[in-house]
Design a protein around this ligand. Structure first.
Ligand SMILES: Cc1cc2nc3c(=O)[nH]c(=O)nc-3n(C[C@H](O)[C@H](O)[C@H](O)COP(=O)(O)O)c2cc1C
Length: 338
């Protein structure tokens, strides 16, 4: 029997969090607490994704979701990327690191789809672009529930018309990358609750609401506007099972920097994180172009983390970051259950 969101004991989903925070232990803990734990395939090899899925399966906690980055055509302008390289180089020199090669890649899309077909997580969510109908069809024939991340009503309609079984409706409050299908445009700003209600009005598939949910009241509010479940990212970043790095944890826990900002400076794609020196210095001059800018800036971001410096790395966080609590993920899930 295939999985349905309505079967969850607790209507909470642990957001997929690529780049370290999402771990098999976190997915296992969220599913064990009655929600749906997620693994992030982004930036990992197909082999690593397979190992992650097997680790969650062998822990036997229940259903699991896997999130995939859907490749998009390159939008990077080589001259703009060269100009940005020169800007970033002034800071990279402080750490003595070489910047990365600004290459396009598809994040191992085809190989990861084979891992999915082989190991069959109950749910697969997609972000950044709508996959071909044939991909969605194939997964649903395998009994997998497909969820498409959308950030506007227009994307929601197109996702359902294109074969998605359900939607992750991501609001502007969300931490990390926006899933917008038009990465060259500034992402939409309609608040999550209003966006969920507007999407509910035009589609009849299950909806997961994501973005800025840090209290049981805000979770209850999006459920009341028509969501079937709520997805928590930032709320889980300080949990024991998350792989959040020490610099990121410290910045979130001490509340310094004290606000978030949306920028494409770190990766070439708009994302929300804590407002630090990197945002001040590069937001206004950063070009679009994901994943080229991501690869270009990666060595600088890694060097800053290794040096324990919160100024020159991305500190993804949603608007409700001040509510994030340390402790077991199961306690976070219990505390946020409406
Ligand atoms: C550190 C971090 C990494 C993320 N990585 C992914 C990802 O790999 N795939 C994805 O679809 N969303 C990703 N997101 C976005 C989440 O799925 C979700 O939309 C967001 O966390 C919800 O907002 P919140 O952080 O305020 O709870 C990430 C968010 C964070 C904070």
């Amino acid at each position: 029997m295939s999985f349905a969101l309505a079967d969850l004991a607790v209507p909470l989903i642990g957001a997929p969090m690529a780049g370290g925070p999402g771990t098999p232990a976190l997915a296992t803990a969220v599913s064990g607490a009655g929600g749906l734990g997620f693994l992030a395939a982004g930036y990992r090899s197909a082999q690593q994704v397979s190992e992650d899925l097997r680790a969650v399966r062998s822990a036997g906690a229940g259903p699991v979701g896997l999130n995939l980055f859907v490749p998009q055509p390159s939008t990077a302008d080589p001259a703009e990327i060269d100009r940005y390289r020169a800007e970033l180089a002034t800071v990279a020199a402080r750490y003595g690191v070489e910047l990365g090669v600004p290459r396009w890649d598809d994040d191992g899309w085809t190989d990861k789809l084979e891992v999915v077909a082989d190991l069959r997580p109950e749910v697969v969510s997609f972000t950044f672009a709508l996959p071909d109908r044939a991909v969605l069809q194939r997964l649903s024939e395998l009994g997998i529930c497909t969820l498409m991340t959308v950030t506007t009503v227009a994307e929601a309609r197109a996702a359902v018309a294109g074969g998605a079984a359900g939607l992750v409706v991501q609001g502007p409050e969300a931490g990390g990358h926006r899933g917008s299908w038009r990465p060259d445009e500034r992402p939409a700003t309609q608040p999550l609750g209003d966006l969920v209600a507007a999407v509910r009005h035009v589609v009849d598939v299950p909806i997961v609401a994501a973005g800025g949910l840090g209290t049981p009241e805000t979770v209850a509010a999006v459920l009341a506007r028509g969501a079937d479940a709520a997805q928590l990212g930032t709320a889980l970043l300080l949990s024991d099972e998350a792989g959040t790095n020490a610099v990121h944890r410290a910045a979130l826990s001490c509340g310094e920097p004290s606000e978030t900002a949306v920028t494409r400076a770190f990766s070439g794609r708009y994302a929300r994180g804590l407002h630090n020196a990197f945002v001040d210095r590069f937001d206004a001059v950063a070009p679009g172009g994901y994943p080229e800018v991501h690869h270009l800036a990666a060595p600088l971001r890694r060097a800053a983390v290794a040096a324990g410096d919160p100024d020159w790395t991305n500190l993804w966080a949603g608007t409700a970051f001040a509510a994030a609590e340390a402790g077991p993920a199961a306690a976070v899930i219990a505390a946020l259950t409406p």
